[in-house]
Write a protein that binds this ligand. Structure first.
Ligand code: BGC
Length: 684
């Protein structure tokens, strides 16, 4: 359709029909079981009204969505197709590692490949848009949703945001295998006070603009089609009704022209939060703020048309929102083909196809982070290896936002180890309680793989904790196993950085496996046995304890900085009981070979406006195994009109190095990279 045709269509729609285009309900409203991702709800509606809404949440499956589209279009006065949107966050049926792991790949190409694979599977199943990427910066692992973010750093998250938008949408979102992406949760949802989900956010303007907003901006620059508002407040105003945030920052400053969708009942919840009088007021405020689609509340459904009739809301505002939704439908090609790529035949061919199974395995091997290795790893293939811990036999390690994943297809760690290393004799003790006899058997093995941490249940939405320590039962298990056999490799599963100082001290090797996806354990096993040289780097720092939170590598200079010592010093900024730094910092991670850095040069020591500086370094693989090295460029602005971070990531290149190979790695430093918000909030 041309824009004129879309505008003509809009001009023919009634106010009620317009309001319905702005409503999104889940499948439960269509007599389907539906994938419910938030609180249950019942709204006053006539039986046909759900079918007249503009988009549907969480439904999937080609046959089902072709039927549902037919049923919906039949009831639409203008036969407008619906958009089917769903949370395809780290894979559709084939699950890839969770986003915190994807971030740890330090490799935007891999992130793009994963998003593209997820899009291909989901679009075959009739999905048109995904609620991903989530790029909320997060520095607090009490918040269960850190699993769903690519981490703590604005630059890394921006790279990931761009890559994932490109992977989902390609150059043309109507093309086969592509879906519209939705960046979320705008804004600063990753910084709820005290790490408690849905809580308010207290954030200063500089932190908001210099750090938290950057990844959303990157997604907008990459052409993301949708933006989702966050549940939290910014400056005490809920994001969905926050005019300054949505109109001034997102639309004017960032130049976003696509669709803004609220989070699940976020508009309705502004009434509970007490910043809207009632649902009518909430509808008025969020439409005026520029929130186009009301997901899972009946505010727009019950009030939008009436607000225009009573003169309380300008029809132009309603029209503007509807026009954006219709334009998105047109960009997806739905007016020409309302089913887009939905095809049962394609589902059979694409879902779980060999290339995605291979990617699921490879992605895990490139995103797991080797935190410590005193030489135990890689394991000898000819040994007798004990596999300990219930997580080694747990299928719920794909990650909590792969809601459509088929967990019966998960390969567990113990299965993966046996599959990739038939020559090893494995003794399985996949439980957390061990008898003395079992401990003696473990003592007689050549090595132990101990799986601890968390499966996918305790992370994700609403799963906040006050204490991020590894569970006591796992600490106890670790102590017993390490006393029985010093050759213990600790594999830590989970969606959040878990505090583990004891394990860091006593385990000779630690691999952070995250939640690796359907076939991810094969990739983890590949690392353990040296088929793959690990190359992941932490996307989020691992603290010593909850009391250090929020924490990030990027700290600020205080007036009383701590000198370089481990001792506590009175009247300087430090803790009496733990260091200031995290246990393992953002960006760290080992390989089986060592990369040596030498010959750092700058083409100039002065950057004049408009010019560029070339920064170069030689990186050499000193080992006998090929390696991938994530070369990272950090800068520090020593003097500013405001206090500046001690270190900021500004460049990243993941390079492949053959054994003994050296490469000269180049970065460009330009004016843009050094810009920040000055004392008067000018971007200079
Ligand atoms: C989550 C969103 C998600 C939405 C739809 C909400 O509860 O916060 O991230 O996209 O549900 O499932």
């Amino acid at each position: 359709m041309t824009l004129d045709e879309i505008k003509k269509l809009l001009s023919e729609m009634s106010l009620e029909e317009k309001a319905e285009q702005l409503v999104q309900l889940h499948g439960g409203f269509f007599g389907d079981v539906g994938m419910i991702t938030g609180p249950a709800a019942e709204f006053k509606m006539d039986a046909d009204q759900p079918y007249r809404t503009g988009s549907v949440l969480g439904e999937h499956g080609a046959r089902h969505l072709i039927d549902l589209q037919n049923r919906m279009m039949a009831k639409q006065p203008h036969k407008i197709p619906a958009i089917f949107m769903a949370d395809v966050i780290h894979g559709y049926k084939t699950a890839f590692p969770v986003p915190i792991a994807i971030g740890s790949g330090f490799d935007p190409d891999l992130a793009e490949e994963i998003a593209s694979a997820a899009a291909e599977e989901a679009s075959a199943a009739g999905v048109h848009a995904t609620f991903s990427p989530m790029v909320d910066l997060v520095k607090d692992s009490r918040w269960g949703r850190c699993m769903e973010s690519t981490g703590e750093d604005p630059y890394l998250n921006s790279l990931m945001a761009r890559a994932m938008v490109k992977g989902f949408q390609g150059d043309d979102v109507s093309a086969k295998g592509k879906v519209a992406a939705c960046v979320k949760h705008f804004a600063a949802y990753g910084a709820p006070v005290a790490g408690r989900d849905y809580n308010v956010t207290e954030i200063c303007e500089h932190t908001l603009f210099d750090e938290y907003l950057k990844p959303y901006r990157a997604a907008v620059e990459a052409g993301v089609k949708l933006v989702m508002t966050a549940f939290n407040t910014i400056d005490r105003k809920p994001c969905s009704t926050n005019k300054r945030l949505l109109r001034d920052v997102l639309r004017k400053d960032m130049g976003f022209e696509g669709v803004v969708i609220s989070d699940y009942n976020a508009i309705g919840e502004t009434v509970i939060q007490g910043s809207s009088e009632d649902r009518r007021d909430a509808a008025k405020k969020s439409l005026e703020a520029g929130c186009d689609i009301d997901m899972m509340s009946d505010c727009y459904l019950s009030s939008a048309a009436d607000l225009v009739k009573s003169g309380e809301l300008s029809e132009d505002i309603l029209d503007e929102a509807v026009l954006r939704v219709l334009i998105l439908k047109n960009e997806l090609g739905l007016f020409e083909n309302p089913y887009k790529d939905a095809s049962e035949d394609a589902e059979r061919k694409i879902i779980f196809s060999e290339k995605f199974r291979e990617l699921s395995r490879r992605a895990a091997s490139e995103t797991a982070v080797l935190l410590k290795n005193d030489g135990v790893l890689p394991l000898s293939k000819n040994g007798r290896t004990a596999v300990v811990g219930s997580l080694a036999d747990d299928r719920l390690i794909v990650g909590s936002w792969a809601i459509f994943a088929d967990e019966s297809k998960t390969v567990t760690l113990s299965e993966a180890l046996k599959e990739i290393c038939p020559e090893t004799k494995f003794e399985l003790f996949c439980r957390n309680e061990l008898t003395d006899t079992e401990l003696s058997e473990i003592a007689n093995c050549s090595a132990v793989v101990l799986a601890i941490g968390e499966n996918q249940i305790p992370t994700g939405e609403s799963m906040s904790v006050a204490d991020i320590s590894i569970a006591q039962k796992h600490k106890d298990l670790f102590e017993k196993v390490i006393s029985a056999n010093g050759n213990t490799v600790t594999v830590v599963f989970g969606g959040r950085p878990l505090a583990m100082p004891l394990i860091a001290e006593k385990s000779p090797a630690i691999l952070e496996a995250w939640l690796p996806g359907t076939l991810g354990c094969l990739g983890i096993a590949d690392i353990l046995f040296g088929n793959v040289n690990p190359s992941g780097r932490l996307s989020m720092s691992i603290p010593y304890c909850s009391g250090q939170l929020p924490i990030s590598y990027s700290q600020f200079m205080t007036g009383r900085p701590k000198p370089d010592t481990d001792k506590f010093i009175r009247y300087v900024s430090n803790y009496m009981d733990v260091p200031n730094k995290p246990l393992y910092s953002f960006g760290c991670g080992l390989s089986y070979t060592k990369a040596e850095y030498s010959g750092v040069t700058l083409s100039s020591s002065v950057l004049t406006p408009g010019s560029k500086i070339k920064a170069e370094v030689t990186v050499t693989n000193t080992g006998s195994m090929a390696m991938k090295e994530a070369v990272q460029l950090y800068i520090r602005d020593v003097k500013g009109s405001v206090v500046r971070p001690l270190r900021e990531l500004k460049g990243l290149k993941k390079v492949l190095l053959a054994p003994g190979e050296s490469k000269r790695v180049e970065f460009e430093i330009n004016e843009d990279m050094l810009k920040f918000y000055d004392a008067d909030m000018n971007y200079v």
